[in-house]
Write a protein that binds this ligand. Structure first.
Ligand SMILES: Cc1cc2nc3c(=O)[nH]c(=O)nc-3n(C[C@H](O)[C@H](O)[C@H](O)COP(=O)(O)OP(=O)(O)OC[C@H]3O[C@@H](n4cnc5c(N)ncnc54)[C@H](O)[C@@H]3O)c2cc1C
Length: 414
């Protein structure tokens, strides 16, 4: 029987996060060339030119843009299907959209051309997978069947045969089979909210602005899209969400107009509605012998701040940086020393962001007590201070915290 091929790294899951880790590992800046394989049963094609926007879109930060450049994917992404947004307009239902307590972040305040980009998840994923295969990476269109961790390698079984790898990366999403196979647990907390996602046409132009309204029973965001429409993410308490999903398109638009305070004028649904039950997930450990979890396999946060992919891309870059450095020193890139350094780095950053998002959700989307009132006033307070606004804009750009080299550098890797 032929010997199973041995890879330096096998990545299970070629979603945006796994694909980014793969593309960065396959073209290390200065280090040795690594042999990398990705297992992904659902390989997407790039969206067709002229097709309406997909329902699943993501907001990505400046730090993520730089990582995508370093991964060799940005040239495939930048183009007519991406919307660079320049402003964020945030307000609470207790004040009007144009009230003094609304918070407006403008990229110009910090001398930046924009605050980030809204793009289809499929475009992000397909561009990264293309960059990976172009750099010599191998893509197996098969799911993981099982894995067995040995002393110096992991044996992975797929429907297409067996492969061996020094390091296995679990990038297979919230239901991660890798996490379960190696006994890494997950703490899950239900938000009892459902996110409804859809594309809408609006009477007034979106003005390259992301609009977000906090309400007593959830949060509503309008993300500007490349064709002038907007993508809504409406995180609503379960009962309201069930009613909204059951409503016909015209009745839904009436509810949406009310909830949006007509910030963009009357709305009209131009896509189906997709629904996501919202849960916070935290893996207490991100690593085990020869195994590391990244992205949603390690942590899922509330979508209200649009940070899930951005956090995952930083995981991918941190792990790629540490693994590449270990390989350059001729060390075992699957050793626990390397993996623990990754876990220490990323767990604290993710915990900080996850808690901040939960505080916003608790105080601005649901609370009514004195702290909630203070938080609402805080929006206006931040808006009146240029210093505080700049501080939050830099956070929104993702340019704070301990960033991987690729997020600071951004130039294409060698
Ligand atoms: C409503 C909503 C809005 C959001 N908006 C934003 C936003 O604006 N900005 C942002 O940053 N984040 C956002 N997020 C979060 C973001 O969608 C996720 O964090 C992101 O998709 C995680 O990427 P991932 O690659 O880790 O996992 P996934 O996207 O779940 O990808 C996992 C991949 O693994 C594959 N897979 C699964 N099982 C196996 C297996 N056994 N073998 C091999 N492959 C397997 C799957 O096919 C899939 O391709 C949002 C989330 C929601 C719910």
């Amino acid at each position: 029987m032929p010997e199973a091929p041995l890879y330096d790294v096998a990545i299970v899951g070629g979603g945006p996060v796994g694909a980014c880790a793969a593309a960065l590992l396959a073209r290390p800046a200065g280090g040795p060339r690594l042999r990398v394989v990705v297992l992904e049963p659902q390989v997407p094609a790039l969206p067709a030119a002229g097709a309406p926007p997909d329902v699943r879109v993501v907001a990505i930060s400046r730090a993520s843009e730089r990582l995508l450049r370093a991964a060799g994917a940005w040239a495939r992404i930048a183009g007519p299907r991406v919307c660079a947004y320049e402003r964020m307009h945030v307000w609470h239902e207790s004040t009007g959209v144009a009230g003094a307590s609304a918070l407006v972040f403008d990229a110009a305040d910090v001398g930046e051309p924009n605050l980030g980009y809204i793009l289809e998840s499929r475009l992000l994923q397909a561009a990264l997978l293309e960059a990976f295969t172009e750099a010599g990476g191998e893509l197996e269109a098969a799911p993981l069947a099982s894995l067995e961790v040995g002393e110096d390698r992991v044996r992975i079984a797929t429907a297409r045969g067996a492969i061996h790898a020094r390091l296995v990366v679990g990038a297979d999403g919230a239901q991660s089979a890798v996490r379960k196979a190696v006994g890494l647990g997950a703490e899950v907390r239900d938000y009892h909210e459902t996110a409804i996602v859809a594309t809408v046409a609006t009477a007034r132009p979106h003005a390259l602005t992301a609009w977000q309204r906090f309400m007593g029973n959830g949060t509503l965001a309008f993300l500007p899209l490349f064709d002038g429409t907007s993508s809504i993410v409406w995180s609503a308490d379960e009962t309201l969400a069930a009613r909204l999903l059951a409503a016909d398109p015209a009745a839904f638009a009436v509810e949406l107009d009310r909830a949006s305070d007509l910030a963009l004028g009357a709305t009209r649904l131009v896509s189906e509605r997709a629904a996501f039950a919202l849960r916070r997930l935290t893996a207490p450990r991100y690593v085990a012998r020869r195994v590391a979890l990244i992205g949603d396999a390690a942590h899922v946060v509330h979508p209200l701040a649009g940070q899930g992919v951005n956090l995952g891309l930083l995981d991918a870059a941190a792990l790629a940086q540490l693994a590449t450095a270990a390989a350059a020193r001729r060390e075992d890139l699957g050793s626990l020393g390397v993996l623990r350094a990754y876990e220490r780095w990323r767990k604290s950053e993710v915990a900080l962001m996850g808690s901040a998002i939960d505080t916003f959700d608790r105080l601005l989307s649901h609370g009514n007590g004195p702290l909630s009132r203070l938080a609402r006033q805080g929006l206006g307070f931040v808006n009146r201070s240029q210093e505080l606004r700049r501080f939050f804009i830099r956070r929104a750009l993702g340019m704070t915290g301990e960033l991987p080299e690729a997020a600071r550098r951004g130039a294409p890797a060698g």
